[in-house]
Design a protein around this ligand. Structure first.
Ligand SMILES: CC(C)(COP(=O)(O)OP(=O)(O)OC[C@H]1O[C@@H](n2cnc3c(N)ncnc32)[C@H](O)[C@@H]1OP(=O)(O)O)[C@@H](O)C(=O)NCCC(=O)NCCS
Length: 158
């Protein structure tokens, strides 16, 4: 899983409404939602991503975006969590994938990075080059596996 590079000065427009029937579903997380969101991420995606989510909440405003369907959390995305200038982690719960939430979370986060003055974003250990290529024009960084995560402690079996 290589790292990817995204040109933040050449992004497609943000898609803040992935599903027209669910207006306003993508937004920055409130600090008051920190525990709820990080616990949800731990249950759905594991303790490593939950720890990175905590790092996103250590910033003010939080560099964590969420997707919700009515009052239910459907997905999340963070940046400046793994390292400055890096996007991720991001996840959408399995039953809500392929509804546009992932793309909308990605673009909301990348546009926020652009507004903050970043020129490029790095997507760490990308699971799908095709998804990030199509959604944000990402390109693979040569020789970036295992990249920044090399030597990271892991629980046995993860
Ligand atoms: C990757 C992920 C966030 C995508 O979320 P999503 O809500 O399903 O994405 P979208 O619905 O916005 O998909 C946008 C497009 O990308 C495509 N796509 C989504 N996931 C894809 C994947 N893993 N591989 C290839 N294409 C993918 C969709 O089919 C869609 O294409 P279309 O516009 O032609 O219909 C989601 O699959 C996920 O949570 N995966 C597990 C966690 C993970 O891998 N996170 C990323 C770590 S780098």
């Amino acid at each position: 899983m290589a790292d990817l590079l995204v040109k933040l000065y050449d992004l497609p427009p943000s898609a803040a409404q992935p599903d027209p029937q669910l207006p306003g579903t993508i937004r920055r997380a409130f600090a008051a939602e920190r525990r709820l969101i990080c616990d949800w991420v731990a249950t759905a995606f594991g303790s490593g991503w939950a720890s990175e989510c905590e790092a996103a909440f250590a910033r003010s405003p939080a560099t964590c975006f969420i997707a919700r369907d009515a009052y239910e959390l459907v997905g999340f995305a963070c940046y400046d969590a793994t390292a400055p200038g890096m996007f991720g982690p991001m996840g959408v719960r399995p039953q809500d994938r392929k509804r546009g939430f992932g793309r909308a979370l990605l673009l909301a986060s990348l546009h926020d990075m652009s507004v903050r003055g970043y020129a490029y974003a790095v997507i760490g250990g990308a699971s799908s080059l095709k998804f990030y290529q199509q959604a944000a024009g990402a390109t693979e960084i040569p020789d970036s596996t295992p990249g920044f995560y090399r030597g990271m402690l892991r629980l046995r079996g993860t």
